[in-house]
Each structure stands twice: as structure tokens, then as C-alpha cells.
Design a protein around this ligand. Structure first.
Ligand code: FES
Length: 138
């Protein structure tokens, strides 16, 4: 099966941030950096003038990338999913920009051109879209 060349006109875009990520020298008395990044993404999305209507933000527990710093994923209906690591608490706006870029990508792939510089070289994995019921999965 090949990934679809075209995706829905207005796909649901999801930014999933690991809220349980810690830094190397995390003070347990302080909020986890992953929780700080997760909150920053939600705040940035709420105040963004270019807020996407079909944007979903989720704080999740562990993306299985614990040894590579703060982690988050960007996904969209019918598109590939991109997992990033080595993020910082300042990555919120760039994750949202990547989500918007993916949501607007006609081929369901996050283009390198236009991708925020802070995310370049930090992709851990990309996962193809799930097949739809109509797709041939043989
Ligand atoms: S705790 Fe964040 S990826 Fe595992």
C-alpha cells in the first residue's frame, strides 16, 4: 500500500506533547519540562492569530523517546506522523508551525522547506498514515 497522494481538504491536526519528559538535571520540586512544554503549546495555540480550526493538542504520557530529551509528535488525518526529540520548553510555537505545515501539505508529508529550524535534525521517526477501510492492505 502506498501513502495517499491527497489528504482531506481540512484534516484534523494533532500536536501531542509528552508531559512526563524530564531534563537530565530535573529538580523534582519543579514541574517536569515536558509538562511546561505541553502547557506552552496550549497557551501558544490559544493566543495564535493564525489558530487552526481543526487543531487538537494533547498532553500524553511518554512517547517512548525518554533518552532523547523533550518529545512531541505532529500528526494529521491521512498524513504521516512525525515524532521529534531533543526539544526545549521553547519549542511550542515551532511545533504548532509544523502542525500547520503538515495540515496544509497536499501529499500528507511534512516538507523540510518551511519546517522550523529548531525541528530540523530532531526527527526521531515518521510513521505512515493508517490505512483506511477502503485501502488494500494486502
Ligand atoms: S517520558 Fe517523554 S518520551 Fe518518555
Amino acid at each position: 500500500m502506498n501513502a495517499p497522494d491527497k489528504v482531506a481538504a481540512s484534516p484534523l491536526v494533532s500536536v501531542l506533547v509528552c508531559k512526563t519528559c524530564r531534563a537530565d538535571r530535573h529538580d523534582p520540586a519543579q514541574p517536569r519540562p515536558g509538562a511546561v512544554l505541553s502547557a506552552a503549546v496550549a497557551i501558544e495555540a490559544a493566543r495564535s492569530a493564525n489558530q487552526q480550526r481543526n487543531l487538537s493538542i494533547s498532553a500524553v504520557s511518554c512517547l517512548g523517546n525518554c533518552n532523547r530529551g523533550l518529545s512531541a509528535a505532529v500528526a494529521a488525518t491521512g498524513s504521516w506522523t512525525y515524532v521529534f526529540g531533543a526539544l526545549t520548553v521553547a519549542s511550542a510555537a515551532d511545533l504548532l508551525a509544523a502542525g500547520e505545515l503538515l495540515g496544509n501539505a497536499e501529499n500528507g508529508r511534512l516538507p523540510l522547506r518551511g519546517r522550523p529550524d529548531s525541528l530540523k535534525g530532531k526527527m526521531i521517526a515518521r510513521i505512515p498514515p493508517l490505512p483506511s477501510k477502503q485501502d488494500d492492505i494486502s
